[in-house]
Design a protein around this ligand. Structure first.
Ligand code: SAM
Length: 476
C-alpha cells in the first residue's frame, strides 16, 4: 500500500527476483569438484561471484567440498578484513507496528506485545547507559507505524547524537533499521547524519512473502520494500544494509536472493550494500515456529555465511546476538565482520531490569546476552581486535568512495590504526582490569606487526595521547 505515502518508486524500478530461475538454481545438482574449485579460486582473487556461481557453491553438499568452502572463506576473511571485528548495539526506539508479520511478536494482532515508544527522556537515558558501557555505534530499531515517519526517525537520530555522557561517552554512528521510506524521507534521515539504512527483505520468495505478510498490511507490498534501498541511493543514502530472515523459506533460494539484490544495487548505482544480515528465526512471543517448515540448522547456517563471504568479498557480514556465543565465535572466523554485544532488545532494557533471554514481551529471544566487556575480552583472547571505528563515514568515505577493501594498503593505513585507537579508548575509559590487560597485550602485538613508518610513529603518538590525556576520537 505505498499509496499511503508517496508511491514513487526508484528510476526504472523492477522486480528483479525471478522465482522460477532462482529455484532452479537452488535445486541444482552438485557440479563436479573441478568447477567448484575454479569458483573458489575466483573468489580468492576477491572477485564477486555471479548468482549462478553462488548457486554452484550452494549445491556443493559433499563434506570435503564444504570444508574447502569453509577454508576458502576463512582465508578470504583474513585477507580482506584481517582480525578486526566491529562492535555495535541495537537500541529499540518504538514497538508500535501496523504490520502483522507471522514471524514477529511486534505484529499488530499480538495482544501481549509490549507497546511502547521511548520518550525523549527515556531515549536519552538509554543512550547514556549504552555510552557508559563503552558503545560508540548503535543501530536504532523502529516498528513500522505512521508515528515513526522520516521526521521522527531524523529527530531521534539527532537526539542520539546530541546525548553525551561526559567525559567520553558519545555515539559516533547511528544506523537505522526501519520501514522503507520514500525519496523525500531518505533525504531527511540522511540530513540527520545516519550511518547505514537497513531494510531486511525477510524472504525473497514471492509466495512465502505473501503468506507471512497478510493482506491489508503495508509490508505486504513486495516491490515497495524490494525497491526501498534503491530509493535510498537516489536520495543520497549510499550506505545501505540488506538482509533475510532465514527460516521463512529455502535457505539456498534466499542466499541467491541476497546475492541478486547486492548485484542489482551494484549494477544500478555502482555500489553494493555495505552490509548483509542473516537473522535466523527465533522463538518469539505470539509466534508459532511450527508454522515454519524451513528452519535451518547450524551447519547450513554456517554454509550460507561462508558462501556469502566468497560471493560478496567486500560486503560486511553481521551476525547478531540472536545466535549463541559458540556459534558466533565460529562464524567470525569465516565471514562475519560485525557483531552486536551487550544487547537488550526490550524497550528501555539498558536501564530497566529484565531478562533478555526470556521472550517475555520483547521481539524475540537472544542467544548471547553477555556484557560488552566479556565479549571484548573474549575477542582479544582469541586473536581479534575489537573496533569501534567510525572514521570512513565521518570523513565521507561511503558509497563509491568507500574503498576500504578495494584500495591496496587501505586497511593498513586506516582500518588497523583506527581499530587500535578506538580499542585503547575503550580500554582506558570502560574496560575491567582483566580486559584492559588483554587489550594492552593485543595492541602491543599489533604494533609489533607494523613495520616502522611515519604512519606507525603517528599511530604510536596518538595512542600515547589517549593514554596520557583526555584527547579522544583521533581518527585517521
Ligand atoms: N522496521 C522493521 C521492519 O521493516 O519491519 C522492523 C524491525 S524488526 C524489529 C528487525 C528485524 O527483526 C526484522 O526485519 C526481522 O528480520 C527480524 N525478526 C522479526 N521477527 C523475528 C524473529 N522471531 N526471530 C528473529 N528475527 C526476527
Amino acid at each position: 500500500m505505498p499509496s499511503m505515502m508517496s508511491d514513487k518508486l526508484s528510476r526504472d524500478a523492477v522486480d528483479f527476483i525471478d522465482d522460477g530461475y532462482l529455484q532452479d538454481l537452488a535445486d541444482g545438482a552438485q557440479p563436479d569438484a573441478a568447477r567448484i574449485r575454479e569458483i573458489i579460486a575466483k573468489s580468492l582473487q576477491k572477485e564477486p561471484l555471479s548468482v549462478e556461481e553462488t548457486a554452484a557453491l550452494l549445491a556443493a553438499d559433499d563434506p570435503e567440498l564444504c570444508e574447502e568452502i569453509f577454508e576458502a572463506a576463512r582465508e578470504l576473511k583474513r585477507r580482506v578484513y584481517g582480525n578486526r571485528i566491529v562492535l555495535f548495539a541495537p537500541l529499540y526506539v518504538g514497538s508500535y507496528c501496523i504490520n502483522d508479520c507471522l514471524y514477529c511478536s511486534f505484529k499488530r494482532s499480538n495482544p501481549d506485545a509490549m507497546r511502547r515508544t521511548l520518550s525523549d527522556d527515556d531515549l536519552r537515558a538509554q543512550v547514556r547507559a549504552l555510552e557508559d558501557r563503552g558503545h560508540k555505534r548503535l543501530i536504532l530499531v523502529y516498528g513500522e507505524h505512521p508515528w515513526y515517519d522520516a521526521d521522527y526517525i531524523a529527530r531521534t537520530v539527532r537526539l542520539v547524537y546530541e546525548t553525551t555522557s561526559p567525559p567520553h561517552g558519545e555515539i559516533r554512528r547511528a544506523n537505522v533499521n526501519a520501514a522503507p521510506l520514500d525519496h523525500e524521507g531518505y533525504a531527511k534521515v540522511k540530513a540527520a547524519g545516519i550511518g547505514t539504512y537497513q531494510i531486511f527483505h525477510e524472504t525473497y520468495h514471492h509466495a512465502t512473502y505473501d503468506r507471512v505478510h497478510p493482506p491489508r498490511t503495508r509490508k505486504r507490498d513486495y516491490l515497495w520494500r524490494l525497491d526501498g534501498l534503491s530509493r535510498a541511493f537516489e536520495s543520497g543514502c549510499d550506505d545501505v544494509g540488506i538482509g533475510v530472515l532465514f527460516g521463512l523459506y529455502d535457505w539456498k533460494f534466499e542466499t541467491l536472493g541476497l546475492v541478486s539484490h547486492a548485484l542489482h544495487l551494484q549494477g544500478k548505482y555502482g555500489v553494493g550494500p555495505h552490509t548483509i544480515s542473516f537473522p535466523r528465526l527465533q522463538p518469539a512471543h505470539g509466534v508459532d515456529l511450527e508454522e515454519f517448515p524451513h528452519l535451518l540448522g547450524d551447519f547450513d547456517f554456517k554454509r550460507l555465511i561462508a558462501i556469502l563471504r566468497l560471493s560478496v568479498p567486500y560486503t560486511g557480514l553481521i551476525c547478531t546476538a540472536r545466535e549463541r556465543a559458540e556459534l558466533r565465535r565460529e562464524v567470525m572466523a569465516f565471514g562475519v565482520s560485525q557483531i552486536d554485544a551487550g544487547s537488550r532488545i526490550e524497550l528501555g532494557g539498558y536501564t530497566e531490569a529484565g531478562d533478555a533471554q526470556q521472550m517475555a514481551k520483547e521481539q524475540f529471544s537472544l542467544g548471547d546476552i553477555r556484557p560488552l566487556d566479556v565479549v571484548v575480552r573474549e575477542l582479544l583472547e582469541t586473536g581479534y581486535i575489537p573496533s569501534w571505528c567510525t572514521s570512513c563515514y565521518r570523513l565521507g568515505r561511503t558509497g563509491e568512495h568507500f574503498m576500504e577493501f578495494a584500495i591496496p594498503g587501505f586497511i593498513k593505513r586506516f582500518c588497523t590504526p583506527n581499530a587500535l585507537t578506538t580499542l585503547l579508548e575503550y580500554l582506558r575509559d570502560y574496560a575491567s582490569p582483566e580486559t584492559r590487560a588483554a587489550g594492552e597485550k593485543a595492541i602491543a602485538a599489533e604494533l609489533e606487526k607494523l613495520e616502522d613508518s611515519p604512519q606507525k610513529r603517528e599511530l604510536i603518538d596518538r595512542l600515547n595521547r589517549i593514554r596520557t590525556t583526555d584527547q579522544r576520537d583521533l581518527y585517521f
